[in-house]
Design a protein around this ligand. Sequence first.
Ligand SMILES: [Zn+2]
Ligand SMILES: [Zn+2]
Length: 281
Amino acid sequence: MDKDFFTLSTERFTIEGRSRAGHETYFRIRDLGVMLDLGRGPDLAVGVSNIFITHAHLDHAVGIPFYAGQRQLHGTAGGRVYVPAEAAEGFRDILRAYERLTNTYLEEVEVIGVAPGDVVRLGRTHEVHVHPATHRVAANAYEFIEVRHRLKDGFEHLTQEEIHQRRAEVIEEYRWPLLFYTGDTDRGILERTEALYRAEVLMIECSFIVDGHQERAAKYRHIHFDDIAEFAERFRNDVVVLTHFSRRYGRAEIRDEIARRCPAVLRERVRLALPEPYQRL
Ligand SMILES: [Zn+2]
Ligand SMILES: [Zn+2]
């Protein structure tokens, strides 16, 4: 039995996955048709076509060849694995090595390098914006955005028919940030990346939580809960999901320690990427 596997529901999303530092992190968001990181290659990823890998550390990305192999086995074409641009050739090398070792072709999966500033189109209505994350290796954060349309101000008096006829003139496009996922990173992302504060749902790493582990967090380029508490007033998100807890901490310890340290302004909105009954403070 997998004690760390969880299902967490927000108003818009069902997030399934597991996330423990140095061991395994993956999330499936079926509502968006994506995986965020791939951990050690979970079965629930195999049917998902868009995989967003934040960085090359084993606990987030070693599942890529297994995913590719499973897609090949089931003849499921069209798998796209987005990775930091600096890591793309390395991941292609890994897949090529497996092709040689197993005398097979992993042609159903494409590795695509993306860098901060890039925009990936997801279907007709969604985009993924790539943001920088600071970690010990090249790392991306990903922001999932819905492209919506609305009537421009001043045209409320038009009939449906008139709106239809003058569509190009009176309808404007706007972008609504649904979800921001940091992957592994340090407090720099809280200082520099305004976008993380505006998404409906923020998934942010919080590897360390107790006193005495602040230096460890900084040294290994991770976030300590104190960093999040320091920026508490800036979060405008409906839900803030904390992920990637160190395995030093038990589940009850994580919930109780964060409940003790959490500023009031965040308390109702924080969720923990753990199974029930540990998700809420
Ligand atoms: Zn990690
Ligand atoms: Zn890492």
